[in-house]
Design a protein. Structure first.
Length: 96
């Protein structure tokens, strides 16, 4: 049985204030590398991950992704990837 977040839940988590889990300094990943930065909500009840994935063949290709509870993608930005059409939706989600 698949479990999904509603758009309202995703918007709520995306707008939630987050703080890094550590004071570690991160280096932007090299071509072919990935970086994962853990965050937590102010009340420490929710865990978030911010991913940066760099391609190895096309060095300008990169993905930025914000997730909650390890697997639910809240926002994703793909740069210099393959072209695709976005799905049709009745209401475009509001951006905070």
């Amino acid at each position: 049985m698949a479990i999904f977040l509603t758009q309202t839940e995703a918007d709520f988590f995306f707008a939630m204030e987050k703080i890094p889990e550590s004071s570690e300094v991160y280096t932007y990943p090299l071509s072919g590398d990935k970086l994962l930065i853990p965050f937590t909500s102010l009340d420490k009840r929710e865990n978030f991950l911010f991913d940066i994935n760099r391609a190895s063949i096309r060095i300008t290709k990169v993905t930025y992704q914000n997730r909650v509870r390890k697997s639910f993608v809240l926002r994703r930005l793909d740069l210099d990837g393959s072209p695709h059409a976005n799905p049709e939706v009745e209401n475009v989600p509001e951006i905070f």
